[in-house]
Each structure stands twice: as C-alpha cells, then as structure tokens.
Design a protein around this ligand. Structure first.
Ligand code: NAP
Length: 346
C-alpha cells in the first residue's frame, strides 16, 4: 500500500495495489446554462446497412471556444437543444459520451465526436393520467436533433463532464478489460485510438506518442451483427496489434458454433479461460459502459467465478446469497465498484 495524492479528489488517500493514478480531468469549462456554439463538420451513419437502428458518428468543431483542448477520452460533453420544452422552459442539457481521443479527431483537440442513436419508440402511459390507448410514435428530442444536423450547422455545447471514466496517467502500468453494449462503445473508440493509433502526423503530440504495450480486451455486445458500431476500426486495430483483442457478442443471432445469442457476461463466462488470468492480475482495470442492466450480469458473473477481488466491494449482507440469486436492487445497493472498476451505465 502506498499513500499518494488521489488523482481528481485533491486529497491524500491510501492507494491499494493496482489502483490507477488518473490524470486531472477538467470539468464544466462551459456551463450548460451558457453553452457555446460548436459546428458540425461531419455526420455519418455508423451501423451497417441492414440495421434497424440509426446511429451516427457526429463530429463537432469546438475550435475557438473554451472546449478546445479541454477534454480527455472517456469524458462526456453536453448538448443543449435550442427552443423550449412542452412547458415553455428551455430544453435541459443532454450528456453524450465523447468518442474521440483526447487530441480530438483532428489531432489538435479542436474537433470532438460522439456516437448518437436516434431514439424512436412508441408512447407508453407513464402515469395514471395518461391515455392508455395512446401508442403514437415517440421520437427522442435531442438524439434526433443531433442526428438531423448537417455539416455546417451550429450546435450549442457545454462540458466536459466526468472524472473517473478516463485512462490512467501511465497507460502501460495496467492491462484493460473494456465492456460495452450498444452506444456504450463511444468512449472505447477514443481509448483505443489513443492507445493504438495515436495522433495524426502534423499533430504536436505525434512525435512523442508510442503504441500501448499493455494487454487490452474489448468486448462489444449488440442485438445483431449489423449493429456493431466502429466494427471495421476495431478489427483493423486488432489486426495490427497482437496485444489488442476485439470480441463481439451478439444477443439475437445464432452463434457460429450453433449456440444461441448471448449477453457479454454469458460470453465471458462461457469463454472464461481467456479472461481468467487478465482478471486475476492486479494490473487490470475494468471499464463498463452501456445499458444499466449489464452491471448486474457482469457483477454476478465476476462474483460467481471468484474474480471480483479488486473490482467489487460486496456488502457483508450478501455473503450467504449465491451471486446468481442477487436481485438487481441488491447489486445496485450492495455491490460497489472499486477504483479499479469504472462504470458508466444508463
Ligand atoms: P443496443 O444496440 O440495443 O445494444 C445493447 C445490447 O445489450 C443488446 O445486445 C442487448 O440485448 C444487450 N443487453 C440487454 N440487456 C442486457 C443485460 N442485462 N446485460 C448485458 N447485455 C444486455 O444498445 P443501445 O440502444 O445503443 O443502448 C446503449 C445504452 O448505453 C443506452 O442505455 C445508453 O444510454 C447507454 N450509454 C451510456 C453511455 C455512458 O454512460 N456514458 C454512453 C453511451 C451509451 P437484447 O436487446 O437482445 O436484449
């Protein structure tokens, strides 16, 4: 055990073996109450042709604003849609994960990107007062606003936000297990770019950058193969870096071996030997991003297999209950991620 200045807390604290030192992340340099105008410079569909979802990779130029050069990969930024809501009040800020590396899409920290999925659904009654027969189409306001924007359009932005879901200062001091579902892949695009691709030529950071020597496993879960986001990018990186492994887990398709579709924790459980050593190592950091439900299955699987040590603090109340029987509520209230487990789920 050693005592260091806790990276973002600004206090002296005890650091357990393997706990990362995180860089100081800047926060809220632009407040959502007074957003600045960025400019959309690129918007591209990033699902494959037959996907029923619409997910866009949207790049926003924030040069000349306080957001320029202000974020770290893994942080979020805010979008404040123009106009007012049904009650005549200005729309509230919505947070989107930054999909860029810290040096941006351009290598100069001027252009950030995000991974935005259009919310398209049917209305459902939320309260007893709502009409139970109303099932008209419901379109999420902000996601469709962001996805509709064209190159050249202004977009009111704020941020950055988030202090913990970032890479450690010394990238090679750790190994990494990155778990994503759906658009939860966004921060991992930035991470993988920063660890294995690096800033483009011309960037002031280009000369000093070196590829990461750590072992990195990325596990991505989607309903169908056509929903895999940034799939070509991850496959290319994996092809050129033996220390990066890209795993895809499809929930609604039959597997190549004839097995049924599965969630990422089922996949990890089924193929445990490839993760066992990684998870037992004190060097390893786990990052989990995506659907709220994934936290439950992943935590249960780690605990069931005795691989939770260093990643989870499990309350004594649960000691006599097999992890497979934990309820979602028990996991949320009684199982806490440690400093070696970063969690961003919604
Ligand atoms: P999606 O494409 O529908 O993919 C989600 C995948 O996870 C599907 O294969 C789904 O399977 C599976 N899944 C469902 N329940 C699960 C569970 N309990 N454990 C493990 N896997 C499970 O995803 P999406 O629509 O993009 O949604 C992504 C979510 O991530 C959203 O809720 C979004 O808010 C969140 N997100 C969070 C952040 C962040 O925190 N910074 C960033 C981006 C996105 P089935 O559908 O077949 O059941």
């Amino acid at each position: 055990m050693s005592t260091v200045s806790a990276a973002n807390a600004g206090t002296e604290t005890t650091r357990l073996p393997g706990e990362p030192i995180l860089p100081e992340a800047r926060m809220h340099v632009v407040l959502p109450t007074s957003p600045v105008n960025g400019k959309v410079v690129h918007s591209k569909l990033c699902t494959k042709s037959k996907s029923a979802s619409f997910v866009r990779h949207v790049c926003v130029d924030v040069s000349g604003t306080p957001l320029e050069g202000s974020w770290l990969a893994g942080q979020s930024f805010g979008v404040v849609p123009p106009g007012t809501d049904g009650n005549g009040k200005p729309h509230k800020v919505r947070l989107y994960s930054i999909a860029s590396p810290s040096y941006g899409e351009d290598g100069f920290g001027k252009v950030l990107s995000t991974t935005c999925k259009r919310l398209l659904s049917e209305r459902e009654p939320q309260t007893a007062k709502d009409d139970p027969t109303d099932h008209r189409l419901f379109t999420g306001m902000c996601s469709n606003y962001v996805c509709d924007l064209r190159e050249g359009d202004a977009i009111p932005v704020a941020g950055p936000a988030g202090k913990r879901f970032i890479l450690p200062t010394d990238r090679n001091a750790h190994d990494y297990l990155l778990l994503a579902t759906g658009t939860g892949i966004a921060p991992f695009r930035g991470f993988i770019h920063e660890l294995f691709v690096g800033p483009p030529e011309g960037s002031p950071l280009h000369a000093a950058w070196r590829p990461c020597t750590a072992n990195v496993h990325l596990v991505m879960g989607t309903p169908y193969t056509s929903d895999l986001i940034y799939d070509d990018f991850f496959r290319q990186v994996a092809k050129h870096h033996a220390n990066f492994t890209y795993h895809t887990v499809i929930s609604r398709e039959v597997r190549l071996d004839g097995g049924k579709g599965e969630y990422i924790h089922h996949y990890m459980d089924r193929t445990l030997p490839q993760f066992d050593q990684l998870l037992r190592s004190e060097r390893t950091l786990a990052y989990i991003c995506g659907l709220a439900g994934m936290q439950v299955g992943v935590f249960q699987t780690l605990a069931q297999r005795g691989l939770h040590s260093g990643y989870l603090d499990i309350h004594a109340d649960l000691a006599g209950i097999p992890p497979a029987d934990w309820t979602a509520e028990q996991v949320k209230r009684r199982v806490h991620a440690t400093r070696r487990c970063m969690l961003e789920v919604y």
